[in-house]
Design a protein around this ligand. Structure first.
Ligand code: NCD
Length: 362
């Protein structure tokens, strides 16, 4: 039984296959027009979305399937206090596959543990967004013809930007990727990702100034400051305009730079940049539909017996308590607090839902 909760669940070979499948779908849509006839995708969106939900739905329709949609959490039983686990159990009786977006980190994992059909994480709080990464990988591959040997600058809200987290996790597995993280000090990449980079000796730089690093970049991945994740509106107001990409700032950039953005943009890319041939963000959005078609096909083919696979790693159950208020364990009824032992010598553990760090015995 396959789900897609974290991009790391897909091997490099599977990522390659998904890109190839999406490319074939683009070239031969008629071959795929009935592949999901009689199947239903349920889109459960507990947070706003335009591209992700509609591209999932367009993907299922273009595969000949149908869609059950819950776009407004306020009109669902979640508003009455239903747990994610119960929702997932119920939807398993109505649909063949679920795409879920939720403000709590780890909610799609809870859904996957309780569902008998594949669950796709369509964004969980400020944590991960693996299907945006599939879109990004297809875009990079289509433009450069490869997924290795380049320098990528990720700019903006690297702390709360879930698309950034999943993209870094995916790219660390390819050769010779140099990461340049451009953010204000308050919005730096979370430590669980930096730990991974250090462990694998992956080169990265953390800077605050976009202009100084511009000439070295092959890709510039801009992101929105994630207002909805801030605890304090004043902090958001202070940081929201940290970076605004305008045509003059691109004067020193490579002629074959590729500017990406998961969208929606607020004002971090001027609309004047849209006519620059280096702007790739609208093409990137279109790729989302094809990659989601490829993913739905893959997961439905491998849906197995409906039983959840055991979680990997050494698990510590109900010994440590996750105190992250954004973690699904803070609201889900009777959910066991589960940590994975990531560094046995030092007793370092991370919450399986949100990666919050705890030291055993501390
Ligand atoms: C992103 C998201 O929801 O995380 N949008 C998307 O899915 N394309 C980025 C964002 O909201 O800033």
């Amino acid at each position: 039984m396959r789900h897609l909760i974290d991009i790391l669940e897909l091997t490099v070979e599977e990522l390659d296959e998904l890109c190839k499948k999406a490319t074939d779908i683009i070239a031969n849509p008629e071959k795929y027009a009935h592949k999901c006839a009689g199947k239903k995708l349920a889109t459960l969106f507990f947070e706003p979305s335009t591209r992700t939900r509609l591209s999932f739905e367009a993907a299922m329709y273009e595969l000949g399937g149908n869609v059950l949609t819950m776009a407004d959490a306020g009109s669902s039983s979640a508003a009455k206090g239903e747990s994610v686990a119960d929702t997932a159990k119920m939807i398993s009786c109505y649909a063949d596959i679920i795409a879920m977006r939720h403000p709590k980190e780890g909610a799609p994992l809870v859904a996957a543990r309780n569902s008998t059909i594949p669950v796709i994480n369509a964004g969980d709080g400020g944590h991960q967004h693996p299907t945006q990464t599939l879109t990004d990988l297809l875009t990079i591959r289509a433009i450069k013809g490869r997924l290795d040997n380049f320098t990528i600058g990720l700019c903006g809200d690297l702390k709360f930007g879930r698309t950034v987290h999943s993209l870094i996790n995916a790219l660390v597995r390819y050769d010779n990727i140099n990461f340049v993280f451009i953010s204000p000090d308050e919005l730096k990449v979370p430590d669980y990702i930096i730990d991974e980079l250090k462990e694998h000796n992956i080169p990265y730089e953390e800077v605050t100034n976009l202009e100084t690093v511009m000439p070295q970049l092959d890709f510039l991945y801009m992101t929105r400051v994630q207002r909805e994740r801030f605890f304090n509106e004043q902090d958001y107001i202070r940081l929201k305009n940290s970076y605004v990409l305008t045509p003059d700032k691109l004067d020193t950039a490579k002629s074959d730079l590729c500017i990406m953005h998961p969208l929606p943009r607020v004002n971090e890319i001027s609309v004047k940049v849209d006519s620059d041939p280096r702007a790739c963000y609208f093409e990137q959005a279109l790729n989302g539909k094809y990659m989601r078609m490829a993913l739905i096909l893959m997961l439905l083919e491998q849906s197995g017996d409906g039983k959840p696979e055991p979680l990997d790693g050494e698990l510590i159950v109900d010994e440590l308590i996750c105190d992250n208020p954004k973690c699904i364990s803070s609201t889900e009824q009777e959910l066991k607090h589960m940590f994975r032992l990531v560094n046995p010598e030092m007793g370092i553990c991370r919450c399986v839902y949100c990666e919050n760090k705890k030291v055993r015995g501390a």
